[in-house]
Design a protein around this ligand. Structure first.
Ligand code: DC
Length: 221
């Protein structure tokens, strides 16, 4: 099976690019951030806000996350319920980052991610795909952009989804804090794999980044 790993900080354009790329290549797109967001939703629904809470480990036993595809779009199921539309809020992203530092959460999700990549050709995006989940990926990209640009993109994405009363400065502040937490956690921190290509998408459109990666895919063959 072939795999493309795309890692990078929040709002770098990973999901839009991975989605477009998977379409062009006929691969499955796997959004691993959505899985961590579903874990956050589950913990919050069960009144756990702190990863050190003893209840967290206990709850994890009852957590079942699965992925299905409808018209090529990834749907995330939490204990049988489709929670896809509840995952994009920045608040959920913040808690996803917090709970993603728990070793047993990562073990559970990494196993699911590897299983999916065993069966299909995939474009997978996240924070630890090139370093931990798929260390033998055929191509690894580390995608970044300035925090200002990333905040603007997140702002527009949320606006388009109908969210109101958004403050771009607060979004940027939250993005910076989340990156710091993701880069400095003990287990599987966000970092560029040694064999990953670094791409800065600040001045590039999605189409430009996608064509660049497609050229790299051809060169790898
Ligand atoms: O990509 P995203 O914003 O949906 O991810 C939400 C959080 O989940 C992110 O801040 C850190 C965590 N995450 C992770 O630790 N490992 C991944 N492979 C993907 C996401």
């Amino acid at each position: 099976m072939n795999s493309i790993a795309i890692d990078g900080p929040a709002g770098a354009g990973k999901s839009s690019i991975a989605k477009a790329l998977s379409k062009k290549l006929g691969y499955i797109y796997i959004d691993t951030g959505a899985m961590y967001r579903a874990v956050a939703l589950f913990f919050l629904d069960n009144n756990v806000e702190d990863g050190n809470d003893a209840k967290a480990e206990e709850l994890l036993e009852k957590l079942d996350i699965s992925i299905k595809y409808e018209n090529g779009i990834q749907k995330v199921f939490l204990n049988g319920d489709d929670v896809t539309d509840k995952l994009r809020l920045e608040q959920i992203g913040k808690f996803a980052s917090k709970f993603s530092a728990i070793g047993s959460v990562r073990e559970k999700l990494v196993a699911l991610q590897r299983k999916l990549a065993e069966k299909e050709n995939v474009v997978m995006d996240g924070r630890d795909i090139g370093t931990v989940v798929l260390p033998k990926a055929n191509l690894k990209i580390y995608l970044s952009a300035s925090s200002k640009i990333r905040a603007k993109r997140r702002y527009l994405e949320l606006l388009e989804k109908g969210f109101k009363d958004l403050d771009i400065n607060i979004i940027e502040d939250e993005i910076i804090k989340r990156d710091e937490a993701d880069m400095n956690r003990e287990i599987s921190p966000l970092k560029q794999a040694e064999d990953a290509y670094y791409l800065d998408s600040s001045e590039m459109s999605i189409d430009e980044v996608v064509s660049k990666i497609l050229t790299m895919v051809k060169e790898e063959k």
